[in-house]
Design a protein around this ligand. Sequence first.
Ligand code: DQA
Length: 149
Amino acid sequence: MKILTLHGINLNMFGKRDPKHYGTATLADIDASVQALGKELGAEVECYQTNCEGEMAARIHQAYLDGIDAIIINAGAWTHYSYGIRDALAIHTAPIIEVHMSNVHAREEFRHYSVFGQLAKGQICGFGVESYLLGLRAAVAAVQEAKKG
Ligand code: DQA
């Protein structure tokens, strides 16, 4: 089972951003935790980050061509307005799990809406690094379920 974890704009700065919202883990720490759990769950997890919207769309297209089993995405601020990333994700039939470190609903109003909401199998927010790990567990379960039926 192959799962792609995508991190969008500004997420390479985790560890330096407001710890009240994002804790102190770096992106490398997050990726290491996600990959370690992937091993435990029998999933091969690739992690990718970019600050360039076009590069993110191209990576999402490639994942479709590669037949990825599931996508976990924290698109950062793109979540709230990028129809380009949304349309790239819409090409997929594989499950998409949206994650956020912070509880976006307890923050500014512009963070309450996700343009990916309709496409996502589910959304997880507010648990810091654990949001990614819960997202990975949900992704693995969704893939296993799809393979059964
Ligand atoms: C975020 C929440 C977004 O609103 C914000 O723009 C981010 C990070 C999160 O992980 O909590 O950059 O996606």
